[in-house]
Design a protein around this ligand. Structure first.
Ligand code: IPE
Ligand code: IPE
Ligand code: MG
Length: 238
């Protein structure tokens, strides 16, 4: 463990809650409930390892397509977590941030999120970035809108002429957050599902066959160990 190269930023597609429940003949929502516990354990483990940013994909823009009952449960679970985990966030000095759109979220949830981000903004141990109602393509479109907003056509032209990837970074939801070094997806699925499209261009990927509720602190350490062995070249030679 001593020689592990610790990623500054780990991003996780927490996948497989429904299948975890299905295997046990339980309703899908039970998988989400158990998955919330995993999220807490993995957050603590990342914090202990010295990871500075952890992004968790909690709800995608595409997840609205699911049955209303499941969507409502996920929203309630989030609301509940915000209340019940506040003490934990304070104790462990976790700063909470969100990426994604507030469109379609309830006023109450939006208020609770605002309050939590405000209450935790001085915490320095680890940044927990919750991707909520997030979709990578939409984020890029929103960034272009932000870039143009309130500017005259001449100013827009000037901004576009001077645009570089580093400048564009500043318009994304993740402005100020470093790109993920390691992206983990559970449940064996090997796809991006519209997660951090721009930001993960040079991230290392580790796919775990385990369903998210079964993912443990040891599995996280294994993923970091695998990352440690990777030779990141960024297109160059090393
Ligand atoms: C991931 O688990 C959690 C969310 C998408 C909110 P799933 O709900 O996608 O579980 P599977 O993939 O259907 O097993
Ligand atoms: C991605 O998982 C979204 C989250 C983990 C929140 P999905 O289960 O929604 O992705 P697909 O549908 O399998 O691509
Ligand atoms: Mg899934």
């Amino acid at each position: 463990m001593k020689d592990l190269k610790i990623p500054q930023h780990i991003a996780i597609v927490m996948d497989g809650n429904g299948r975890w429940a299905g295997k046990r003949h339980l309703p899908r929502i039970m998988g989400h409930r158990k998955g919330k516990e995993t999220a807490r354990q993995v957050t603590s483990a990342c914090s202990e390892l010295g990871v500075k940013f952890l992004t968790l994909f909690a709800f995608s823009r595409e997840n609205w397509k699911r049955p209303k009952l499941e969507v409502n449960f996920l929203m309630k679970l989030l609301e509940h977590a915000i209340d019940s985990e506040l003490e934990y966030l304070k104790r462990e000095e976790i700063r909470v941030m969100t990426i994604g759109s507030s469109e379609g979220l309830s006023e109450r949830l939006i208020r609770k999120i605002r309050r939590t981000t405000e209450l935790t903004k001085d915490h320095k141990r680890i940044n927990l970035v919750v991707a909520l109602n997030y979709g990578g393509r939409q984020e890029i479109i929103n960034s272009i809108r932000r870039l143009a907003s309130g500017k005259s056509p001449e100013d827009i032209q000037q901004t576009i002429d001077a645009l570089t990837p580093e400048v564009f970074d500043g318009y994304l939801d993740t402005a100020g957050i470093p790109d993920p070094d390691l992206v983990i997806r559970t449940s064996g699925e090997m796809r991006l599902s519209n997660f951090l499209l721009w930001q993960s261009s040079y991230s290392e990927w580790v796919v775990s066959p385990k369903f998210w509720p079964d993912f443990t602190r040891e599995d996280l350490i294994d993923a970091v160990a695998e990352y440690s062995e990777r030779n990141r070249r960024y297109g160059g030679l090393r």
